[in-house]
Design a binder for this molecule. Structure first.
Ligand SMILES: [Zn+2]
Length: 433
């Protein structure tokens, strides 16, 4: 089946094409150009005609989140990180089960798709239930079972066993789900666990997701335990590589930034979470200057509190301007690339992040009739500084239309919201007993 997308302003993101013509074949982009060029050279069976002012961009890639935490939205705000984790989040997480994670993930998928995200990098628990929800909704995901052993050998074996189970059960599910390894952080995982993670990543050819240098306290703790700062330590034990997605990366020395660049680590910048938990400001402009691949993630809904990547892009752009007192510190096109083409290395099942021939047809169309999209002096500016997730009109994943006129086509949105609300109620009700 060949489907044409006709009209609108296309942002690839390297190029802007007015009155665009796109051809989708077998889930991939088969032609990129103007409508006129497409009409002259190709034919098709099906077509979608866009309005003149609609803006087409690659599907956004959220490189760090914990999808099921949507059911924690608003449960505990305005607390310091460790108190928030120890007194609020971890006790609630102990009450989770597969059902709650499944519906939390379904809500995450609906929210993500409706706000233009087509791929999530996700670390949590009950990941087979999560994978099922993502596959059903038709969103791509790089999932991992979040592993914490705190130096306990039995716990370590349990965590690795669950990771192997998830890998065998979910890797490649519906050609959307990619399984990765998820050691939580250098301060919650033993050196033995981290070394085993590297060995398995090499053996299976999969990615590693890990939180790194999120807070000042973490740096202190890792230093006390290992004599090294987090990035130095992870490099010394051989964990770092181009298959590593390192979330946060707030507290870094220049040497550590150079190490991240040299090892080609993919950094996930999470501005909303860092601001909300007052973790600090990640040195993103320095990382970009020194050649680190920086991408954008929302983190979980307990510390954000939404999964809107359009909002996250704006926060990423604004945070570093005010931090550096320099409005040129982070420019719109760079920010858009951080959320699309620069994040392509997080996923291996298909080529994503750009609108180019041979890439997966993961497309977002923003509604040109929205007041926030009008006028359109610069589509890139409108995407980064003005649009919100509410401006998303259509979304395609692998050529499949998963959002049509703002509605998810793959699952029953009302049912997902209702079931997720029920799970959230059960969670907090059991906490009160
Ligand atoms: Zn996180």
């Amino acid at each position: 089946m060949r489907t044409a997308v006709l009209g609108g302003v296309l942002v690839t993101p390297d190029e802007v094409i007015e009155d665009a013509g796109l051809l989708i074949e077998d889930g991939k982009i088969a032609f990129v150009g103007t409508r006129e060029e497409l009409e002259e050279s190709e034919d098709w069976e099906d077509e979608l005609t866009l309005d003149e002012h609609d803006v087409i961009l690659p599907g956004l890639i959220n490189t760090h989140t914990h999808g099921p935490m949507t059911i924690f939205r608003g449960v505990a705000d305005d607390l310091p990180l460790m108190q928030w984790l120890e007194e609020e989040i971890w006790p609630l997480e102990e009450r989770l089960d597969a059902e709650k994670c499944r519906w939390g993930a379904a809500l995450a998928a609906v929210e993500a798709l409706k706000s233009g995200t087509t791929c999530l990098v996700d670390m949590y628990f009950y990941m087979d239930a999560v994978a099922e929800a993502y596959a059903e909704a038709g969103i791509r995901a790089v999932i991992s079972h979040g592993m914490i052993d705190l130096g306990d050998e039995d716990k370590r074996e349990e965590e690795l066993k669950e990771t192997r189970r998830i890998y065998r059960k979910c890797h490649g599910l519906e050609d959307l789900i990619e399984v990765s390894l998820g050691p939580h952080a250098p301060y919650t995982c033993s050196e033995e666990l981290l070394r085993e993670v590297r060995r398995l990543a090499d053996e299976w050819g999969v990615k590693i997701q890990i939180h790194v240098a999120e807070t000042r306290d973490e740096v202190k703790q890792v230093k006390e335990e290992t004599g090294r700062r987090p990035v130095e330590y992870l490099d010394e034990i051989g964990l770092l590589g181009d298959d590593v997605i390192a979330a946060h990366c707030v507290w870094l020395t220049d040497e550590e930034i150079d190490t991240l660049a040299r090892r080609e680590v993919i950094v996930s910048h999470n501005p909303a979470s860092n601001m909300k938990l007052a973790s600090g400001v990640s040195p993103v402009p320095d990382m970009l200057d020194r050649g680190v691949t920086v991408t954008i993630g929302t983190d979980g809904c307990a510390s954000n509190n939404n999964l809107d990547m359009l909002e996250e892009m704006k926060l990423a752009a604004l945070l570093h301007k005010v931090d550096r007192e320099d409005p040129t510190a982070t420019k719109a096109l760079k920010i858009l690339k951080m959320a699309t083409s620069w994040a392509e290395g997080v996923y291996s099942l298909a080529k994503i992040g750009r609108i180019e021939e041979g890439y997966a047809a993961d497309l977002v169309i923003l509604d040109g009739s929205s007041p926030r999209m009008s006028p359109c002096h610069s589509p890139v500016s409108n995407i980064v500084y003005s649009a919100t997730g509410a401006d998303v009109k259509h979304v395609f994943v692998g050529g499949e239309q998963v959002v049509e006129n703002g509605r998810v086509t793959t699952v029953d949105e009302e049912e997902v919201l209702e079931r997720a609300r029920e799970c959230a109620e059960q969670l907090t009700a059991s906490n009160r007993t």
